[in-house]
Design a binder for this molecule. Structure first.
Ligand code: HEC
Length: 121
């Protein structure tokens, strides 16, 4: 009689829960962003390929920039982490789609881009 148990059918509406689970906000105190860096990040993003996978407000192939801003506290630790991820690409934080690598970007450019994204919250 092993393995006969079927998964229970979910009846309650979990769309809101799923959304929160998708974003999984990380606790932290926001630091103040340099407005010049944020402005530079916005320009750099407009010249890069980010828009082919990211929209400001809605999920596309990649997470919405707003959702990224909601998840991460504004701190040097997360800005560095995310800037490195923009350069190296990767997967797993928002599900299975893979972000392309951007090895042509410098750490300074990627940092400016991430600062702009985190400013959107
Ligand atoms: C080929 C599609 C694609 C392109 C192009 C792309 N991204 Fe992404 N991006 C993704 C996907 C997919 C994820 C989610 C990755 C994950 O789940 O870890 C993501 C995640 C991110 C994250 C959050 C990473 C994390 O670990 O939470 C940041 C920040 C980001 N992208 C910035 C950028 C910037 C800036 C650019 C342009 C330079 C860019 N992306 C271009 C697909 C893309």
């Amino acid at each position: 009689m092993a393995c006969t148990q079927k998964p229970k059918q979910e009846v309650i509406d979990t769309s809101d829960l799923k959304e929160r689970e998708y974003i999984r906000a990380i606790e932290g105190v926001d630091e103040v962003l340099d407005p010049e860096l944020v402005k530079r990040g916005k320009v750099l993003i407009s010249y890069a390929d980010c828009a082919s996978c990211h929209k400001p407000e809605e999920r596309a192939k990649g997470p919405a920039f707003k959702d990224i801003a909601r998840r991460y506290p504004i701190s040097q630790v997360y800005i560095n982490l995310l800037a490195r991820k923009v350069i190296s690409g990767g997967t797993g934080s928002w599900g299975s789609p893979v972000m392309a690598a951007h090895p042509q970007l410098t750490m300074e450019e990627a940092t400016a881009m991430v600062s702009y994204i985190l400013s959107l919250d």
